[in-house]
Design a protein. Sequence first.
Length: 235
Amino acid sequence: MENKSETPRNRSGQYIKSIVYGGLDGIITTFAVVAGSFGGDLSFRVVLILGFSNLLADGFSMAVGDFLSTKSQNEYEKNVRHKKQIAITQHPIQEKGQLRNSLIEQGVNEEDANLLVNTLAKYDKPFVNQVMKLEYGSNTTEDSPMKNAAVTFLSFSVFGVVPLLIYIVAMFIPNLLENSFLIASTLTGMTLFSLGAMKSKVIHTNWLKSGFEMLLVGGLAALVAYVVGAMLGSI
């Protein structure tokens, strides 16, 4: 039976997922640009140009991808629901029988299963939801493509700017340039660990392990970018 109280929680969970993964992509991608630029011994102005160009272009690309994928998913689920409603109208006994058998397999006795199915069948939406859950594993919920795209873009941009913060400040306090990459690395590492810990809430794993995993992934990506930058910068 549909539980309306779960809908806001499910949607907020989807947005949290977009925030975490969008933020991780943003900060790792931007820090790789910073590390590659540092390895190639490029000026901090070039770092800012490359960093922000990459940040905005990739953020926009991810947002468009999220918008299109969510829109396509909504269209698919709407089509599936429509077909299922037609099937229920044309073959009500068969659909009720499948749902009743599913309940019996889950431990509900036959009498109660019949009562539940017959009661649900009086209400179109709850009945369709249960049949959809039986056949597809979950109720279909229509997400907002624009909201998902906006959350992804904002998360990518906000977290992605972290490795660039010290270079922005260095425009006004030049003395900071000497340790700019070290400071950028520290800020990025702390943010990566925090996002990894947040990710554990989405995938239900140990927060400490998840935090260090993200720190390791980000570090490896930056190392590769640094080595490539150093090699190309020496040519």
